[in-house]
Ligand binder design. Structure first.
Ligand code: GDP
Ligand code: IMO
Ligand code: MG
Length: 425
C-alpha cells in the first residue's frame, strides 16, 4: 500500500512521528519537497532525532530513503544528519538515494535569505534562513541553478560557479552593499560534498517507477503544511514550494493515482512560526499555556511557535485541497487541563459569514472567528492505548472536528513517543 502523509496546518503538526510509525510497514520513504527548513521529530525511547532533510523513515534500518527532485538539498546539513544517525548506530550506507535533479542550496542562498529578510524590516516573512526561497527562485529562473548531478562533474561545476558567483556578487553589492564571495571557496565545499555523496546520486524517478512496478510499499513524506503552500497558502507568508500534497507529482514524478491513502496530520490546536495571518491565534495566556504544555518551540530555529485554537475552516480547505482520506490528530494530551476548548467553525469577514478559507492574506487577516465551544478534559491521556478508554470529552472534541472538517480522524496522538498513538479501527 502507498500512503502520503502531509501537514494540513502551518507545519510542525507531528508528521515526523506519524511517518516513523507508518515506516514500520514501508519499504521506501520519500521526501518530495521543501528543504532544511523542515524539522521532523522522531522520539524512540530516550533518543530524539530532529531530521531536516533525511526522510523520517531513516530511523528504521530496513527502509530505503529517497530525497526526490522537488527537495532543495543543503548537502552540509544532510551530511551532518548522516553522521548524527551513524553516531546512534544507524547507517545510511546503501539505502539513501538522492535525485540527480534535486537543486543544491549553496552558501549564497542562505546569505541572500538573511540579507533580504533584514532589508524587509517589518514586512519580513520570518523565514527559517535556510536559503529555501533563493534556491527555489534560482530553480525557476534556470540560468543560475546547481543540481545534485552537477556535483558529479567538478570541472563543469567550477566554471558554472565562477559565473554564478560573479552574478551574485554584483547583485548583493548593489542591493545590500555586501562584501564579495569567493567562487573558489564555494567550489572547494562542493568538492567535499561530491566525494561524500556522489554514490547516492541517482535518477530517483526511475527508481520509484521500478518500485511501483514491484509493488513495494511506499510512504511519501510531506514537509511543511498546506497553509504554507506557495500557490494555495497564505501568500506571501508561505514557503517557496507546493507544501500540500499537490507537490507530490512535481516533487517526485509519482502520480497521485499511485497513492492509496492520503493521510493529513493536524495538531488538536494550531501553531504557526513566522509572520502572517492566523485567525484563531491566542496571543494571550491561553496561547502561552499551550506553548508551555506542548513545548511549542521550532525544531529548526528554536523560535517560540504562535499558538491558537483548532481552525476547522482552514483544515476543511486543506483537506479538500490535498484529497485527504484520513486525519491523524496529534497533541490531544497537550490540551488536558483546559476547562473549555474552542473550534473555529466559520469566519466573519467584512460583515459576511463564510465557510471558505480566503486565498488572500489581507482578507484572512480581517477574519473574525465564529467558534463552537466544547468541554475540555483534565485526565492524563499519555498512557491510554485504546480509543474506547479515552474520556468522553475527547471523543466529543474529535467528533466535532470530524463533523466540521468532513474527514474521519483515524489516528490520535497522546504523547511525543512512537508508542503514544491510538489507532481507531
Ligand atoms: P513535524 O514538522 O510535523 O514533523 O513536527 P515537529 O517535529 O516539528 O513538531 C511536532 C512536535 O510535537 C515534536 O516535538 C514531537 O515530538 C511532538 N509530538 C508529536 N506528536 C505528539 C503528541 O501526540 N503529543 C505530544 N505531546 N507531542 C507530540
Ligand atoms: P515542517 O516540515 C513550520 C515557515 C517559516 C516561515 C515560512 C517561510 O517542520 O513542518 P522558509 O524558510 O521556508 O522560506 O520560511 O515558512 N516554515 C515552517 N514552519 N514548519 C516547517 O516545516 C516550516 N518550513 C517553513 O517559519 O514562516
Ligand atoms: Mg517541524
Amino acid at each position: 500500500m502507498n500512503c502520503c502523509v502531509a501537514g494540513l496546518q502551518w507545519g510542525d503538526e507531528g508528521k515526523g512521528k506519524v511517518v516513523d510509525i507508518l515506516a514500520e510497514k514501508s519499504d521506501i520513504v520519500v521526501r518530495y519537497g521543501g528543504g532544511a527548513n523542515a524539522g521532523h521529530t522522531v522520539i524512540i525511547d530516550d533518543n530524539r532525532f530532529a531530521l531536516h532533510l533525511m526522510p523520517s523513515g531513516a530511523v528504521r534500518p530496513g527502509t530505503v530513503c529517497v530525497i526526490a527532485n522537488g527537495v532543495v538539498v543543503d548537502p552540509g546539513v544532510l551530511l551532518e544528519e548522516i553522521d548524527g544517525l551513524a553516531e546512534k548506530g544507524i547507517s545510511m550506507e546503501g539505502r539513501l538515494l538522492i535525485s540527480e535533479n534535486a537543486h543544491v542550496v549553496l552558501d549564497y542562498h542562505k546569505r541572500e535569505d538573511r540579507l533580504r529578510e533584514e532589508s524587509l524590516g517589518k514586512h519580513k516573512i520570518g523565514t527559517t534562513a535556510r536559503g529555501i526561497g533563493p534556491c527555489y527562485a534560482d530553480k525557476v529562473g534556470r540560468c543560475y541553478a546547481v543540481r545534485m548531478a552537477d556535483l558529479r562533474n567538478p570541472a563543469a561545476l567550477r566554471e558554472k560557479l565562477e559565473d554564478i558567483v560573479a552574478y551574485k556578487n554584483k547583485l548583493f553589492a548593489a542591493l545590500y552593499n555586501a562584501a564579495p564571495m569567493d567562487a573558489g571557496e564555494i567550489f572547494e565545499t562542493c568538492c567535499r560534498w561530491s566525494e561524500a555523496l556522489s554514490g547516492h546520486i541517482v535518477n530517483t524517478t526511475e527508481y520509484l517507477f521500478s518500485a511501483l512496478d514491484a509493488k513495494k510499499n511506499i510512504l511519501f513524506e510531506g514537509a511543511q503544511g498546506a497553509l504554507l503552500d506557495l500557490d494555495h497558502g497564505t501568500f506571501p507568508y508561505v514557503t517557496s514550494s507546493n507544501a500540500s500534497t499537490l507537490g507530490l507529482g512535481p516533487g517526485c514524478g509519482v502520480s497521485a493515482t499511485a497513492v492509496d491513502v492520503f493521510l493529513g496530520v493536524v495538531k488538536a490546536y494550531t501553531t504557526r512560526v513566522g509572520a502572517g495571518p492566523f485567525p484563531t491565534e491566542q496571543d494571550n495566556e491561553i496561547g502561552q499555556w499551550i506553548r508551555d504544555r506542548g513545548h511549542e518551540y521550532g525544531t529548526t530555529t528554536g523560535r517560540p511557535r504562535r499558538c491558537g485554537w483548532f481552525d476547522a475552516v482552514a483544515v476543511r480547505f486543506t483537506a479538500r485541497l490535498g484529497g485527504i482520506h484520513q486525519i491523524a490528530m496529534m497533541h490531544l494530551d497537550t490540551l488536558a487541563g483546559l476547562k473549555e476548548l474552542k473550534i473555529c467553525r466559520t469566519y466573519r469577514i467584512d460583515g459576511k459569514e463564510t465557510t471558505f478559507f480566503p486565498g488572500d492574506a489581507g482578507r484572512l487577516s480581517r477574519a473574525e472567528c465564529v467558534y463552537e465551544t466544547v468541554a475540555g478534559w483534565s485526565e492524563d491521556l499519555t498512557r491510554i492505548e485504546r480509543y474506547a478508554d479515552l474520556p468522553d470529552a475527547v471523543k466529543t472534541y474529535v467528533a466535532m472536528v470530524e463533523r466540521l472538517v468532513g474527514v474521519p480522524v483515524t489516528l490520535l496522538g497522546v504523547g511525543p513517543k512512537r508508542t503514544q498513538i491510538i489507532y481507531r479501527d
